[in-house]
Design a protein around this ligand. Sequence first.
Ligand code: C2O
Length: 524
Amino acid sequence: MSNISRLCHAKQIVTVNGRFPGPTIYAREGDRVIVNVTNHVQYNMTLHWHGLKQIRNGWVDGPAYVTQCPIQTGSSFTYDFNITGQRGTLWWHAHIMWLRATVHGAIVIMPKAGVPYPFPKPVQEPEIILGEWWHKDVEVVEQQGSMLGLAPNMSDAHLINGKAGLFFPCRDMHTYALEVEQGKTYLLRIINAALNDELFFAIAGHNMTVVEIDAVYCKPFTTNAILLTPGQTTSVLLVANQVSGRYFMATRAYNDAPIPVDNKTATAILQYKGVPVTVQPIMPQLPAPSNTSFAMDFNVKLRSLNSPQYPANVPLNVDRNLFYTIGMGVNPCPTCVNGTQLAASLNNITFEMPEIGLLQAHYFGIKSVFTLDFPDNPPVTFNYTGAPLTANLGTSLGTRLSKIKFNSTVELVLQDTNLLSVESHPFHLHGYNFFVMARGIGNFDPAKDPAKYNLVDPPERNTVGVPAGGWAAIRFRANNPGVWFMHCHLELHTTWGLKMAFLVEDGTGSDESILPPPNDLPAC
Ligand code: C2O
């Protein structure tokens, strides 16, 4: 635990090596990474390496009760893994309760030695971690959202590299500044580590060139603002080509639904070398909080690089079609203040966490931990984005997994519904990257919408924003055996049950099965 102060307010937070945000992991593609974790706090802990595929090695993936039992107070676990076939910006975070609010950091994966970037070489590559801050203990906020059956407090600030910036109290100690030299090129490795907010990010007076998302190179394009859902990462080139001065970098939520509108803006400073700090910085134009057309346009511009060196390999034939509705409902809750509790669901199933790791249960054949009957389609078909249909508010609880054949190609359409609220949902799949074939507003039409798919260079990533009142279609090849979590990366919605897991079977080849577990894997 560390005692830290933000916005003139001190509190105890959970930190890694006493740092907030936590330390950056620098590695090269092909490296073996060994992280020894000892838990010195009163909470159970696990760490997840968000976006690393962990081929055949789900044991080190990190989501509590999915791939491992938590590391208990006073215990240790060593995460030992290889980084294969990935390069770019990812991040790590706690994957239990809401502890990732303060337990997170960047993962910077350099290309193999001697392999250049497919874009101009930057002089510096700073990490820009966007976060969220509550005055309250985050575990208390989480309780509001679970036990009380209420919507919990909105965060009190957004943060850039752990600091809220000049529009918040005690600002002087808490503003991040990046010093740049006139004419030089920088690579900003931007991470959305916020719990519940999709975020815009912009720099006054400067355009950014997007070159990589979720550790996959993309076709470069220039923009004055970017958008990241929680979980997503975006690397941009920034050329310090403006009048020598001081410019704000700023971040604010994109929120299509929540009331009240959250318009608190965190800032940092882009500081040209030699410019006195007394110069007043200029503010960038951030898209308005409800600017959905910016969000849609921005996402359409994201395309895989798809070069001979970095081909896209989009699955063109689909072996298994899945259609999951994202719903919000109300479930009975005897211990809750109102007797009911908000529950989020996929195909009307609210995922219930087991008491031991699903991967262990699968690997060691421990019975009655989960069932393999997660449905490929919702129980009823209706107008998902029309008027709320109360018959569909009810959800059932279950630890139900979907079983997938090794190496089969899967298409999953995630359809948001308009049952209680309409809100974007950033869906993250563990163990894989997937291709985002298309996104749309309204009901997905299986007869017409596949014609809109980008079969050539769709963006490849690990987290996709399912538009509010709309859908996203993704494809992946199930070539990584194991139990892999999929969930909304809005922590509140994960708490409410917006999650499920895939069981990808072993293949028949000797290198197509789940590796044996590490010796120090924690027991429950
Ligand atoms: Cu970034 Cu399952 O998490």
